[in-house]
Ligand binder design. Structure first.
Ligand code: PHB
Length: 393
């Protein structure tokens, strides 16, 4: 029987209410832990990317003695499964249920759109540690939206520039049909066609399909000077192997944004040798900063770091700049944002600043696969800033 009387219930409710108020109040006054919510893919074709981001983030925090702005960090996490349909609900869980101070997510551009929307509605601090979706630092930019990675436009633009300089005229593109692929092709085309090249065909298949055969045959039948692709994670491994197995490796030059060969070389093996890509990270940068990062990462995780680990590490560096300025009191939002905007991130990729739209202004490297490395060739474009079209901040 229900024997709770209002007299009996009230003290219990009050006690719970008081403890909740304390938890919230503690954070507001900056005496509690800083709550970080990872919304990342931990399953599916991008699972290894999500893990590398979390590893990199946690490594930076560990290097600071487990604290940012003098506060310990408490982690929450949600597997976003790279599924855009589940994104708003997943982001809401972290923000409303777990009451995180900052969301760190995600990898997939489509999922990112949902996170940006929910973060804006709740005015929650968001640090994007990978997804390049142009809108996040374009028309949907906001004071609370930051990115430690790149915009989709950036690596594509860098490669368009390189191929035009090499005098290529006729290129076919091939990508997954969603924002990351489409926007990298847009960036590529913008640079390539401005200098006289022509994208003669844009091919695509739905994410995360890996039935590449028919499309590879179609590329070969067009006989372009080169092909430019966007694939990443598990799908990138399969694509590079299929391309080589089709006998095209030495027939049609294959170029890509660097995601095609980052964190994937062990699995791609011989099929990847010699592939040239553009990205904001490379092996063999040989700065003291990068060397110590790589050593520490390999020690901590028994793995070689990749671009995703760097972006996770730098997401933590951005948060550290904000938290440090307010001694961990994350309720001082305007001050946190100001400090993050003004920071110079001492990244393993090289130092970078943020644009007005909160996207890294950074060098793009031309790399070439050699063994298990994306060896640095040259700087393809220096201090490349996303044009941030449509951003009013
Ligand atoms: C994206 O969806 O924005 C995306 C995913 C994986 C990458 C790069 C970009 O490696």
């Amino acid at each position: 029987m229900h024997r709770f009387t209002s007299r009996g219930l009230a003290p219990a409710c009050l006690a719970i209410a008081a403890s909740l108020a304390f938890a919230a109040g503690a954070n507001a006054q900056g005496t509690g832990k800083i709550k970080v919510g990872f919304m990342l893919p931990y399953t599916g074709t991008y699972a290894s990317l999500g893990n590398a981001i979390e590893n990199g983030f946690k490594m930076y925090v560990q290097e600071q003695g487990g604290k940012l702005g003098g506060r310990e960090i408490e982690y929450f996490k949600v597997d976003d499964e790279s599924d855009p349909a589940k994104s708003p609900e997943n982001a809401t869980k972290l923000i409303k249920r777990d009451q995180v101070d900052v969301v760190v997510g995600t990898v997939h551009s489509g999922v990112q759109m949902g996170i940006v929307k929910v973060a804006k509605e709740n005015n929650t601090l968001l640090i994007i540690p990978n997804a390049g979706v142009d809108e996040a630092t374009g028309p949907l930019c906001g004071p609370n939206i930051f990115r430690s990675s790149f915009s989709n436009w950036q690596p594509g633009y860098a490669m368009g520039h390189v191929l035009a300089e090499r005098g290529m005229k006729k290129v076919v593109t091939l990508t997954w049909k969603y924002a990351a692929g489409e926007q990298s092709v847009k960036g590529f085309k913008e640079a390539f066609e401005a200098k006289g090249g022509k994208v003669v065909k844009e091919l695509s298949l739905p994410f995360p399909n890996v039935e590449f055969q028919a499309l590879i045959t179609e590329v070969a039948s067009i006989k372009p000077d080169a092909v430019f692709v966007f694939f990443a994670g598990g799908g990138a491994v399969k694509f590079v192997k299929d391309w080589a197995a089709a006998g095209l490796k030495d027939k049609i030059p294959l170029y890509a944004s660097g995601f095609l060969t980052d964190g994937t070389l062990e699995a791609q093996g011989a099929a990847a040798q010699g592939i040239e890509t553009t990205l904001h990270y490379a092996d063999g940068l040989s700065s003291p900063r990068d060397k110590s990062f790589r050593l520490e990462y390999a020690k901590a995780y028994k793995l070689q770091p990749d671009v995703y680990a760097v972006q996770g590490y730098d997401a933590a560096q951005l948060l550290a700049a904000g938290a440090g300025a307010v001694k961990g009191d994350m309720s001082k939002k305007a001050e946190v944002i100001k400090a993050m905007e003004q920071t110079k991130v001492d990244s393993p990729r090289g130092t970078f600043t943020l644009s007005k739209a909160h996207n890294p202004v950074q060098d793009f490297y031309l790399r070439k696969v050699d063994g298990r490395e994306n060896k640095l060739g040259a700087v393809a474009v220096k201090a490349l800033a996303d044009p941030a079209r449509g951003c009013r901040l």
